[in-house]
Design a protein around this ligand. Sequence first.
Ligand code: PEP
Ligand code: MN
Length: 263
Amino acid sequence: VASLEVKPEPTLVKAGSLEVGSGKCGVIAGPCSVESEEQIVQTAQAVKAAGATALRGGAFKPRTSPYSFQGLKEEGLKMLATARDETGLAVVTEVVASEDVELVAKYADVLQIGARNMQNYRLLEAVGRVDRAVLLKRGPSATIDELLLAAEYILNEGNTRVMLCERGIRTFESHTRFTLPLATVSYLHQKTHLPVVIDPSHGTGHAALVPDMCVAAVAIGADGIIVEVHPEPDQAMSDGYQSLDLPTFAATMQRCRAVANAI
Ligand code: PEP
Ligand code: MN
């Protein structure tokens, strides 16, 4: 169902202020985790002013260690909804379990399926049955064909608003947290009508590498980028080392716009 043979024209996914695909490049920015109302509202205002078209922020966090911060759960979802009320930005947030889909859908415009859950088929079916756009992240050890098959689980339940996200894969290279294959964009554009979003934050794991990868993603025609941004990356409760501060995000957006209008 995701194949270009079935639907030859690219799909535009819309969710509130976010438009991704068919020539529209969406910019989803915000912290890894929602930490407080002040943090999420301040970030939302700053990323909007810099040109972001949607706000990200995790309320249910899938953490490698059970001893790490797990997210503010429904309180965090409410803070995201407040940030949307303040800025008009669509809210993108992760859902980690099928039993939470209804709750998260109550507050979110886009349901994010995290890399660890790409092959949680019951969860994929559950998000396929709600009227919310879905950002499906590639598993760090999944092939592109497995990503496309995961998308089919969602599409087959009737939800047509699916975005694919390359967030880096596990390789032998240890200088970066994951290896970010930007060729996924070109490859997927030749295989599927679904839009492709790049996540340079998880893809590199280093804030210093994120701006260049944002610019590169826009240059090769990615349909969107999702970028971790935090007002005080050093104080972040998760993924601070790969989060841009507010001025660096604004400068990165300027570079992205220059590339988008380059010729
Ligand atoms: C995230 O977006 O913060 C996240 C946990 O991403 P991933 O599932 O790609 O690791
Ligand atoms: Mn993160």
